[in-house]
Write a protein of this length. Structure first.
Length: 460
């Protein structure tokens, strides 16, 4: 028996490969199927099952494509209603894979179809659970994503999740390995650990949601407390996972179309495409296409695209570092953004050589910012609520990047406004969005809050 976690840091997402006696199963695959096909090929194994723990909201799964490529059966838990052929497992239904078995354990609460898969070894011993978004390390799945107006509330779902955890998961042995669908950084939970694998026994000791003495009412209160609004793209990803999507190969072929500067400019002017610059923030600061939005590949790229562009039908034109075109289109497609029209061939250098207009972003180091603070300048902190609460400049107004559109009117006309985040990535994203909205008096603080503290600027 082989069990491998295939973890994608950008999405804080874990997919899983299980193999026994030449038969393989994939749990919660990402959109691009090549890694799973190649992994099975190395074992000379045939992929027999594709198990989905639920309809994912934060990424588009590769289940449909992988099933078409391999003939494998897609398996969901009870109450799933996909628009494609799939097995809807009954609670406690067993699937044989070589010498091992995988049992579907219906664990509703995060969503009503949420299912945990229990892997038993060749001796019939409970070995591991693949918990999806039901149980994370240090947390549990948020119960607000599947609620429906006038039908079921997040409190109802939290109560159902409480029952699932206590009747289906906590009775399992302490040495059972827990393999969740996400780790720290995912918007699907609040307090996830940086580790991606643990034992159930350790989770019973340290996960607040698995306290043995916790009442149902306490659980509901703690699990629903402090939930930030989910990103707007989440329902669209659920729809794609339930109903289907464009072929990944077709998305890559379209998105990696090279466009010369003239064609790129014409398409930007004649369509409603967003010009998305995915280079390093320093390169964007030094020179970029006017009204383009910066979200760099080397940060939390895909989740920020989803949170800020929101509409998966949005057309996109890319400015991308040479050689990373396919990577950019792939990572966009993982969160459902399939409408990339192409990329600027030759990059920003070709744009300049063609005599096209260039814009820049003003940026200052922390020492210069320290001097500017003496004049009571407008300052905006674009980090999230927790970061802002744990330490900030006393004069800084809060305008978290994920909800920046709600704060646009807070930015004054005329006076320069200084933006900072933790390290300088998110503040450049925020500045680019504000500039696209016509607010050009923004200044980035290079190095963010880390540099601010190192410069000796007083913080709360």
């Amino acid at each position: 028996m082989k069990v491998e976690q295939i973890y994608t840091g950008c999405l804080s997402q874990g997919a899983y490969y299980i193999e026994s006696k030449g038969e393989a199963a994939i749990i919660d695959p990402l959109r691009e199927t090549r890694p799973y096909l190649e992994r099975a090929q190395r074992d000379n194994a045939k992929i027999k099952y594709i198990f989905e723990t639920h309809f994912h909201a934060d990424f588009v799964s590769g289940h449909i494509t992988l099933a078409q490529q391999t003939g494998a059966s897609i398996v969901y838990g009870p109450h799933a209603n996909p628009s494609f052929d799939a097995i809807l497992a009954k609670d406690e239904e067993v699937y044989k894979l070589g010498d091992v078995t995988i049992t579907a354990i219906h664990t509703p609460g995060h969503t009503m179809e949420s299912t945990t898969y229990l892997l038993k070894d060749e001796n019939g011993k409970d070995y591991a659970i693949f918990t999806g978004d039901t149980l994370f390390l240090g947390d549990v799945g948020r119960p607000d994503l599947a609620q429906k107006a006038n039908e079921i509330t997040q409190e109802d779902l939290a109560g159902i999740l409480f029952d699932s955890l206590r009747t289906k998961i906590m009775p399992l042995a302490d040495d059972v390995i827990v393999y969740p669908a996400h780790g720290a950084g995912s918007a699907c939970g609040k307090n996830m650990m940086k580790e991606t694998v643990d034992t159930l026994g350790n989770q019973k000791k340290m996960n607040y949601a698995l306290r043995a003495d916790m009442t149902r009412e306490e659980f509901i209160k703690e699990v629903t407390d402090g939930l930030a609004p989910p990103p707007l793209y989440f329902p669209m990803n659920v729809k794609m996972n339930r109903e289907g999507y464009t072929s990944f190969d077709a998305v890559i072929a379209q998105g990696t179309t090279p466009l010369d500067p003239e064609t790129f400019e014409r398409m930007a002017n004649e369509t409603d495409a967003v010009v998305l610059d995915v280079r390093n923030q320093i390169d964007f600061i030094d020179g970029h296409i006017p009204r383009s939005i910066f979200i760099g590949l080397d940060g939390g790229f895909a989740p920020w695209v989803g949170a800020l562009l929101a509409d998966v039908e949005q057309k996109i034109l890319l400015v991308v570092p040479p050689g990373r075109e396919e990577e950019a289109v792939t990572r966009l497609s993982r969160v459902g953004f399939d409408r990339t029209l192409g990329y600027l061939q030759g990059g920003i250098d070709a744009w300049k050589e063609a005599g096209k207009e260039i814009d820049t972003l003003e940026s200052v180091d922390a020492e210069t910012f320290k001097e500017k603070l003496e004049n009571k300048i407008p300052v905006f902190d674009v980090r999230n609520d927790g970061e802002y609460a744990n330490g900030r400049i006393s004069c800084a107004a809060h305008a978290p990047l994920g909800f920046l559109n709600q704060y646009v009117n807070a930015f004054p006309d005329g006076d320069k406004c200084y933006l900072y985040c933790a390290g300088g990535y998110r503040s450049v994203i925020a500045a680019s969005i504000l500039k696209k909205r016509g607010i050009h008096n923004v200044v980035n603080v290079a190095g963010g809050f880390a540099a601010i503290k190192n410069a000796g600027i007083p913080v709360l």
